[in-house]
Design a protein around this ligand. Sequence first.
Ligand code: ADP
Length: 626
Amino acid sequence: MEKTKKKMSFGEMLRLNHRGLKLFYDRYPQMVVSRLFFVIWNALTPYVGIFLSALIVDELAGNRNAERLKFLVFVTLGSAAVIALGTALLNKWKEAQNAGLWLKVENIISGKMLDMDYVSLDDTHTSELLSTIRQNMRGGGWGLYYVILFYEGLCSSALTILGGLALTVSLFMSKVPEGSGILVILNHPLLVIAVILLMLAVTFLSPVLSNKGGAYYAKYADSHNLGNRLFSFFGFLGYHTEIATDVRMYRQDNICDRYNRNKEDTFGSNGLFAHLAWGPMGLYSAAGAAVSVLFTGIVYGFVCLKALAGAFGLGAVTQYVAAMSKVSGGMSNFVYYLGRMRNNTPFLELTYEFLDIPNTMYQGSLTVEKRRDRNYQVEFRNVSFKYPGSENYALKGINMKFEIGKRLAVVGMNGSGKTTFIKLLCRLYDPTEGEILLNGIDIRKYNYREYMDIFSVVFQDFKLFSLKLGQNVASKVAFDKNRVLDCLEKAGFSDKLAEMPEGTETYLYKDYEDKGVDVSGGEAQKIAIARALYKDAPFIILDEPTAALDPMAEAEIYSKFDEIAGDKTAIYISHRLSSCKFCDEIAVFHEGAVIQQGTHAKLVADEEGKYYELWNAQAQYYTETA
Ligand code: ADP
């Protein structure tokens, strides 16, 4: 699945990495700055020791002045103590600011998900991108996470090079005394240049070779991702408690074994990456390591020959050898990190493609008037809708007006468009054709947040958090206890509440609290209804509210529905017609269109109509099962 891509320019590579760094800096400036200080400190302070040791060695090999030696030792020890203290303090600062770097990356990605138009969230391309980005991250850190680490490496190596060069300039400048025989050749500018070039060549060759090895990860990113995705599911099968029953019932671990023990799999012992490791990837890495040894040989040779010829003393030898090996390390690291940054670019491009998904939904600025009389008139005018990427209309030519304070039931078989209708009403999607009006004005023109404030919806797939019951109902950390209790009572949760030891302070579920209380699907639904009531919006919408309820609870909900809805305009969606009888108006959806509308009595009297057909089919079902 290898993709051929055109080679990226150096500038483009830097631009991509720089954008990543800026993303972190804008959100977490202290994290970036503390790392920078730490890097500067760590790269430059070793040279203090190297410089001072050289002075001590020189003194020992030369004058041996006890006073000066004492002074030098004192300064060396003192500086070492200050450096250690500084390192510890900076490290503390850096650690505190960088805690949970993973989480920070996840926060950037998840923040985008929260800000995204719902319609993009629902797009399969978005979920594919997200899944690939997260797999890349887990497969080592490819993408944003590495940006920080590679910049840190690059900065550190650049500073190490500069510091080391400052201490080695004199190595190349100092002259061997005339009369040193053949060794005078060491003064020849061409020889000096040749040695410098040789050192550079060897220094650069080593990381180039290891990066060539590393580049295979980027080259085979698709296989790498697929391998990771398969492994992160099948390799951790036992962790998925939600499938534990099926796994046991059908011994599903046997069919998954193919992925776990398959030697040919991406990361298997006979798979793609094993072959690469035995072949080019391994060879490049080994060659890279071998070449770096050459550098040390050249430095030692050059420094020792110059010292032998009398160009400088013993102290300088230790200083040059130590500083040059640091420069060499710095240079290899510099090239290595540049290479790693390049290898990371395909992963960054994917991340930015995701972060750049535009919010295309029109955002109006009109304020939604706050009305005590809840006089909000909503009208669907010729509304049709196709899901993005779908050829078929999920809704076709819907015309409907909600009467304020009335109860409207939306009924129809599965897939007839009931939920889509509600999603359009809440502007999770915009109509493909036609318009929805609030008090005569297209809903697109209103401030979206304010528009959402007039609806309380209990969707079928609602979610509660493993937080306190009261917090769940109020959707706030600090909640109005009496109001929560009132809403829970209206939603029919009082009996269960009486069993809860800490009342509204009780934690739901046991994820974060041992004393948390598990609730059944039906009980959870009541809490979700209470949450909708707490919001106290002018419209209350219940989407298949009885789906998770047992018949008793279901009967309880509709008997109380009128009380629950109060003075709100209520929309009740269900495919169980018996639960809609009490509504003022019933709209029958069929294949995306409203084919009948009226009261139960009127609709059931029309023996040719869909409602009659559905009613009888369900009535028969209920009598039979009863
Ligand atoms: P209901 O709520 O009546 O069961 P829906 O509104 O969920 O029906 O679905 C109406 C139609 O739209 C169905 O044909 C369904 O397959 C299709 N549909 C629902 N959600 C999506 C989606 N996210 N993408 C594409 N098609 C969808």
